[in-house]
Ligand binder design. Structure first.
Ligand SMILES: [Zn+2]
Length: 351
């Protein structure tokens, strides 16, 4: 690939193709669970966070292996066609690796640990034989103390990807109230990590400061949480927003975005789609449309280079430059007068 500037009249040059819209680098979807694609339309919208987590457990067994595999294939193709170059994908089993072995999309696979009782990590460690895999705890409310510390302090340069403050129930759990606390009490789950006092404290007290981390969702984040996290880490912290998933599950507005931008205009924000269990599609452009007050140029950085940096692949992806492997995406339906997405905006891969 070459990137050049032309002063001449391009109309008269042979081999030049013209596109209506704007061209940008291929997208990096910083947070998805492609293996849950078979759950599209399986869980009702708006049930709230604890009900969603419980529903996933209930409906998981209702689908055949063939249905799971074809849903993953379809989701992978749709992401590629929309212009997604790379995905930070959460993995619980081996189902998605058949598709990933031949997909043109680069996947970083975060093999997820969860369990409130002492958990044996052997089943998850077995998945590390697949390419681009590393272990990560699911969240600060669903992993026992020993396993959380063990995974976070592993000697590796791979980032962690942790679901963080998706719902008020996470902070409430540490205070002994709320829907997670009620659920856990009802089924007899015990937590051995509540001495950390809050989700943010657990993060900074258990993760070495030189380990890069993607914190995913951040819906209920407060300024004090951001300060605590940023004061601790020397390695970069990436704040991944998945606004349509939050809307699907809990009907909440993406308030965190303004708080993060006000805190530091150059804070590392990335975009994820989460899974088809909690979203209508895995479209990066549909996620960006939610942030209609934010300049499009800034949104495109979140959806491209910031995600590439978070996954440690910015030497290959995230910007259109000679020597990189980024795709080229055409976004149509853009209001070119104020440079903003419209409800009609769509993205399609050109290269
Ligand atoms: Zn997720």
């Amino acid at each position: 690939m070459a990137v050049e500037q032309y002063a001449d009249n391009l109309d008269s040059m042979a081999g030049v193709e013209f596109y209506s819209g704007i061209l940008c680098a291929g997208f990096v979807n910083a947070h998805s669970h492609i293996e849950l694609s078979y759950l599209r339309d399986a869980i009702a919208e708006g049930g709230g966070f604890a009900a969603f987590a419980e529903s996933i457990g209930r409906v998981r067994g209702n689908f055949s292996e063939a249905e799971r595999l074809s849903a993953i294939e379809e989701a992978d193709k749709a992401m590629w066609q929309e212009g997604v170059d790379a995905v930070g994908d959460i993995v619980n089993g081996a189902t998605s690796f058949t598709t990933k072995a031949t997909s043109p999309i680069h996947y970083h696979n975060f093999v997820e640990i969860f369990g409130l009782r002492e958990c044996n990590l052997e089943r998850q460690r077995a998945l590390l034989k697949y390419p681009n895999t590393s272990l990560t705890p699911h969240s600060v409310y669903s992993v026992s103390d020993v396993s959380f510390r063990e995974v976070c302090s592993a000697d590796t340069d791979k980032p962690l990807s942790i679901h963080f403050l998706e719902s008020p129930a996470e902070k409430e759990l540490y205070r002994g109230c709320g829907s997670l606390h009620e659920w856990y009490s009802r089924v007899g789950f015990e937590c051995d990590f509540l001495h950390h006092n809050s989700p943010a404290e657990r993060i900074v007290e258990c993760i070495p400061s030189d380990r890069s981390v993607l914190l995913v969702h951040n819906c209920e984040i407060a300024t004090g949480d951001i300060t605590m996290v940023l004061n601790h880490f020397k390695a970069p912290v990436y704040w991944v927003l998945c606004p349509r998933s939050n809307s699907y599950i809990s009907g909440i507005e993406p308030r965190a975005v303004e708080l993060l931008r006000r805190y530091d205009r150059n804070i590392n924000i990335c975009i994820g789609t989460d899974s088809l269990a909690s979203n209508w599609s895995l479209s990066m452009v549909e996620e960006l449309k939610i942030f209609h007050d934010i300049p499009l140029a800034e949104l495109l950085l979140w959806a491209t280079i910031n995600g590439a940096k978070a996954l440690g692949i910015d030497d290959k992806y995230g910007t259109i430059e000679v020597g990189k492997h980024s795709g080229v995406v055409n976004i149509t339906g853009v209001n070119l007068e104020n440079f903003a997405l419209t409800p009609q905006s769509k993205a399609q891969r050109v290269l």
